[in-house]
Ligand binder design. Structure first.
Ligand code: ADP
Ligand code: GLC
Length: 475
């Protein structure tokens, strides 16, 4: 079974959130499950720096995609872990440093429709009869809006050889562009309809994927159900209900090697269930690193997150006084909305020694927070899957989560974490108080840590589910 996995992010080189982690860890698990898989991703500067030798055995000039794309080349390469990659080398579009979607001004690159239109188009081309390589994928597995046009290109081209899947990692990002982009993207005029890719007067890459893919998956069973409701379907619920027979939820796993407290190079002290006491040494090291008062008689809460409305961290900010008075400490690592960034900076200033805020994207610090804090906070308003609550389980850091999406599917209340229902500061605080009380009961706390650390959060089982879906589509 040959599968092309198309993605706009891949850790550790290009990652803005969970998709980057998934694109790095699911493909090796699929190969373990017997799938002959290649990952298609842009040849961003960070990928080029890591894999400068990307050329043989196959290099295809993509000149046939027209003027703007004339410079593109497809390079075959091996990742350091032996995975096979197809790197889309188009300097005009992808030779830009930093965040893959945003320019230095923090705004979307204005030509994102062309950049990810090209990525989608190349994915579809590899799944069509025009693919000149001897490697013909049976399934094109797309991820989020950035590759959402691929199923549309495939179906509309009339020469599809492969079936397509779109995995929705986040329905909030819909890839909306003006109608004028339609001809530039080489899409036929008849695609502009409600049954096509038109969405409230915009062209939506995500809707194109949902409309034309042979199967739709999302990253947890609960989120698969939620997005079919008008309340949580972000305007796509009607279409998703219409395609319900093609829609399923497959829970994400995590990379249990990259996120392994026993062998985590970012941690000053590594540990496992048998050596959990070492985690407390990490706590003092982190307190020192972040300028918090070094003490172990009160719990340290942690946050690692994109700072956006989705993540519900305004609820945490609203509880600053109550959290400080518990008493407890708080360490926040994140970036995103300017207002939230400033709010958490302000809280660190008014609670010195108690609250610490680091604004930015810092992989090493993210590992140290998981391996050092006592309790992880993830009060998301919605959460398709969420990875940090699973990292937290694995690191013996019981998470406080809202009962939504993948959080509801992975955390068991009072057993390995704390689950609350309402997206209000009051409901969150009740859960925080429960965590605070449980932490002071050392035996109970240890039992919760051990339960979380013993769960199977690997990609093994989810990869089997994807493999079964590929097989079903191929039939
Ligand atoms: P989402 O994809 O919605 O952002 P997930 O929980 O699926 O949420 O994945 C987030 C990933 O991004 C995790 O690996 C998390 O550790 C990482 N992350 C988020 N913000 C930061 C940050 N500021 N620094 C380092 N890693 C971060
Ligand atoms: C998205 C979601 C997150 C999910 C991740 C990977 O960014 O917000 O919940 O874990 O994708 O699937």
């Amino acid at each position: 079974m040959k599968v092309l996995f198309a993605t706009s992010e891949i850790a550790p080189w290009v990652k803005t959130g969970g998709l980057g982690d998934v694109a790095a860890a699911l493909p090796p698990a699929l190969r373990q499950a017997g799938i002959d898989l290649r990952v298609l991703t842009p040849y961003y500067p960070a990928v080029r720096a890591a894999i400068p030798e990307a050329r043989a055995p196959e290099v295809a000039k993509l000149g046939n995609f027209g003027g703007a794309y004339a410079d593109s080349v497809l390079r075959a390469a091996f990742a350091p872990d032996g995975s096979r990659l197809l790197l889309l080398d188009c300097p005009a579009y992808f030779d830009r440093p930093g965040n893959p979607y945003l320019g230095p001004d923090g705004k979307d690159w204005p030509d994102n429709y062309l950049r990810f239109g090209l990525l989608s188009r190349v994915a579809a081309w590899l799944g069509s009869k025009a693919n000149p390589f001897p490697w013909w994928p049976a399934v094109i597995h797309c991820n989020d809006w950035q590759t959402g046009l691929a199923p549309a290109y495939l179906k509309l081209s009339g020469d599809a050889r492969a079936k397509s899947i779109i995995t929705v990692h986040n329905l909030a990002f819909q890839g909306l562009f003006s109608e004028q982009t339609l001809p530039e993207l080489g899409l036929p005029a008849h695609a502009w309809s409600m049954e096509g890719i038109e969405y409230h007067g915009y062209l939506s890459f995500l809707k194109a994927g949902l409309q034309f893919a042979d199967a739709i998956t999302t990253v947890s069973p609960t989120y698969a159900a939620e997005i079919q409701t008008d309340a949580e379907g972000m305007g796509m619920s009607g279409l998703l209900r219409h395609r319900a027979d093609r829609l399923s939820g497959i829970l994400n796993g995590i990379d249990t090697e990259v996120w392994n407290p026993k062998r985590d190079a970012h941690l000053p002290f590594t540990y496992d269930i048998a050596t959990l006491a070492a985690k407390r040494k990490n706590k003092s090291a982190l307190q020192q690193e972040l300028g918090l008062t070094v003490r172990d008689d009160i719990p340290l809460f942690g946050v690692i997150s994109r700072l956006t409305a989705q993540k519900g961290l305004d609820l945490v900010a609203a509880l600053e006084r109550q959290i400080a008075d518990l008493p407890a400490q708080l360490a926040v690592l994140g970036s995103g909305d300017r207002e939230l960034e400033n709010e958490f900076r302000r809280l660190a200033e008014i609670h010195p020694g108690h609250f610490a805020t680091v604004i930015g994207f810092n992989e090493g610090l993210a590992h140290r927070i998981e391996g050092s804090v006592d309790v992880f906070l993830m009060p998301s308003r919605f959460e398709p899957c969420g990875l940090n609550q699973m990292y937290s389980l694995r690191y013996g850091t019981p998470p406080v989560v809202r009962a939504t999406g993948g959080l509801a599917d992975t955390v068991v209340d009072d057993v390995n974490g704390f689950v609350f229902e309402e997206a209000t500061a009051a409901a969150l605080f009740t859960a925080i108080q429960r965590a605070h009380a449980a932490w002071h009961n050392r035996e109970r706390w240890r039992a919760m840590q051990i339960d979380g650390m013993s769960r199977d959060v690997s990609w093994t089982a989810p990869a089997m589910q994807y493999a079964a879906l590929y097989a079903k589509l191929k039939k």
